[in-house]
Design a protein around this ligand. Sequence first.
Ligand SMILES: [Zn+2]
Length: 211
Amino acid sequence: MSDDLSPRIELAVRDVVSRLIPVNVSARHLHITQEHLEILFGRGTQLTKLRALMQPGEFAANETVAVVGPNKRVFETVRILGPTRSRTQVELSFNDGRYIGLDLPARLSGNIAGSSPITLIGPKGVLQLEEGAIRALRHIHMNAGDAARLGVQNGAIVGVKTVGPMSVTFNGVLIRVGTKALVEMHVDTDEANAAGLPPHSLGFLTEGGSR
Ligand SMILES: [Zn+2]
């Protein structure tokens, strides 16, 4: 092996590694306003942390609610992800929606206008929301530095090819740039199961972003 080959290999490896994207699976969950939290859990309730999530400041809370669909079927313990937000939003998979009688719209997180109605039951109260249930669009979190390095912008639609024996390419993946965000792709359980993805997978950006 010539002496100048190994630095080139190292650079090539570094380049590949720098483009690897962790792909994590979001199980059904909800985000909640402080007002709604207090309706369901009682006045003055604060979310308590079960474990930290990969995105800085985000956590899985100990608090869970029952989610009831229009056909009266129930998911009994749906976890709240904190901190509290300005809107209450329930994120389910397509199959979850079918089970509880909803044809869920695929939405960017936070865009819930006209989304599906849903009922939430907590230990101290019930909330009947006229909208708020969605299937979250698959997306990648990152900060501005990562976006520049990967050559993408906030709101761009990209493709991601997963690594592994059942590799697939996800198209229509939304780039979400946040100030403190770490690079992480989120898919729902339907997508992960259909693609044979284990809980912690890796992928690469591809050209095929059309949808
Ligand atoms: Zn996400």
